[in-house]
Write a protein that binds this ligand. Structure first.
Ligand code: FAD
Length: 473
């Protein structure tokens, strides 16, 4: 008998519970990927993430082939494809690992119901999280809204997940159905199909394990401080690998635990806590499914955002605001598909506070350009910075991007890397060229002479808007 293993954002063979279920039941796993961005609701994946997916699917197919199987690719609708395969291939069970985006949860529930009504065994598994969104609840039985108690509960309920090695060989169906060629999905941008690879990314399960090993040998040591330094390799860069499920978070935790010593303990705890933010993001998205598009805190529905201004938005998107740390981040994003977390916070803050543009504008742009674009983490990140979220930085706390830049990019190396037009400007002017206008005119003539919205002026206007909101009851 055969089983369908429906690959989604779990593009790996180790710790793959859907694949393991088929093999354990003695079924021949028919491994499929169904491309259907329209089923993602308003949040169809953007071009950067789709390019990543292309390479990750290719890597998965290669690993399957090395074991005697292969990945069959189809275009959706998902339900129609699955039902056709069930009918054509003598399928008695369909297995997949769960996703938590609202539109996907609804779709998957409908597919599971339909299959069961047709007498097909349909079963889903946790493949992505240390704790699924419904596993942790407050004393009153509701969802958490604040990270610290959420994480305390996680640590109190901690358990080791069983590790499953990738199967050495995987049987495959003889012959049809073939599916379509990956290239026909045209996922990487035609203009520059392998930009991603040029930036050193290695999509796929092997790349994920490599990133983990590099992290363990390097940035893990001193992670607690290093994680805030965009000028250094201070973090793991595992985020796209985690988003596409190329590695299980519990595999990462287990690998780190083997490194625990007096010297590494605090760094390991700090890193696992960051994985905790990813878990918290999924918890919030599952329980508050409207939040990718609406303020978590409804009070902000009355906040006076400035009217959308194309000029400001374009300056921000293209890295031409005149605030170097913000612009460097926005260039890093467009060029490499990723941005350092500290800089994500600063770039987002400048948009939401100094420019007072709605956080949704920023969330959408990030969505298009991040290789790790993830509905849960992106929503949490933006609502946190904007001050509209569950557990958020209060709106009135406005980051000063220059002070922050001096603290976290002290030699200006990060800014120089992504804004070569500022590289000749010495420090500290490199972080605030308008404070040394003559020098800037001479050494950085191609960079905006002053910020599109000045730091003091923007901060005052943001605080005035905040006070108006606080006063309205
Ligand atoms: P590390 O420091 O090595 O952390 C390890 C892992 O922990 C990450 O890979 C990630 O899975 C998780 N993690 C770390 N920080 C956070 C966090 N603040 N929230 C949730 N998970 C976290 N992360 C995404 O994966 N996708 C997004 O779309 C996304 N959008 C963001 C938008 C904004 C405005 C902000 C402020 C943050 C956003 N983040 C997002 C969170 C964070 O910036 C990235 O996860 C992190 O920079 C990834 O780099 P890393 O893997 O080297 O992180």
């Amino acid at each position: 008998a055969n089983a369908l293993v429906w690959f989604r954002n779990d593009l790996r063979l180790a710790d793959q519970p859907a694949l393991a279920a088929a093999l354990a039941a003695g079924q021949v796993p028919v491994c499929v990927y169904i491309h259907e961005p329209e089923e993602e609701g308003d949040w169809a994946p953007g071009p950067a993430a789709e390019a990543w997916r292309h390479y990750s699917l290719a890597a998965l197919d290669a690993s399957l082939r090395a074991r005697g199987s292969r990945l069959r690719i189809f275009r959706g609708p998902s339900r129609a494809v699955i039902e056709a395969l069930v009918a054509a291939c003598d399928i008695e069970a369909v297995y997949w690992t769960r996703r938590y985006e609202p539109a996907i949860e609804r779709r998957d529930a409908a597919i599971k119901r339909a299959l069961r009504e047709q007498g097909v065994h349909a079963e889903s598994f946790n493949g992505a999280l240390l704790f699924e969104p419904w596993e942790l609840a407050t004393k009153q039985g509701g969802p958490y809204r604040v990270f610290t108690p959420f994480w305390r509960a996680a640590l109190a309920h901690w358990r080791a997940h069983r590790l499953l090695d990738a199967p050495a060989s995987i049987p495959d169906l003889e012959g049809d159905p073939d599916g379509i060629r990956l290239e026909t999905l045209r996922l990487p941008p035609a203009r520059d199909p392998d930009a991603l690879l040029r930036h050193g990314w290695k999509p796929g399960e092997a790349g994920a394990h490599e990133a983990l090993e590099l992290f363990i040998e390097g940035a893990l040591h001193g992670y607690r401080q290093g994680r805030d330094r965009p000028d250094q390799v201070g973090t793991s860069r595992l985020s796209p690998h985690l988003h596409f499920g190329e590695i299980a978070p519990w595999r990462i935790v287990a690998a780190l635990e083997t490194q625990r010593s007096a010297a590494t303990s605090a760094d390991i705890d700090a890193f696992v806590r960051e994985l905790g933010w990813r878990e918290f993001a999924c918890h919030l998205l599952h329980h508050f499914p409207h939040t990718p598009d609406a303020d978590f805190n409804p009070r902000f529905d009355r906040f006076e955002w400035a009217p959308p201004q194309r000029r400001l938005l374009q300056a921000w998107r293209l890295g031409r605001t005149g605030v170097p740390i913000v612009d460097a981040g926005m260039r890093e994003l467009r060029e490499s598909g990723w941005m350092h977390n500290r800089v994500r916070m600063l770039a987002a803050s400048y948009l939401c506070k100094h420019l007072r543009q709605h956080w949704r504008e920023g969330a959408r742009w990030f969505w298009q350009h991040l290789v790790d674009a993830d509905l849960a983490s992106n929503t949490l990140g933006w609502q946190w910075v904007a001050g509209t979220g569950a557990d958020a930085a209060p709106y009135f706390r406005v980051f000063n991007p220059v002070t922050q830049a001096v603290k976290f990019d002290p030699e200006g190396r990060y800014v120089a890397r992504w804004l070569p037009e500022l590289a000749r400007l010495p420090m500290p002017a490199r972080h605030a060229p308008w404070t040394a206008p003559q020098l800037a005119r001479r050494l950085a003539p191609d960079y905006p002479a002053r910020p599109v919205v000045g730091l003091e002026e923007g901060r005052e206007a943001a605080l005035a808007a905040w006070r108006a909101l606080a006063a309205s009851r």
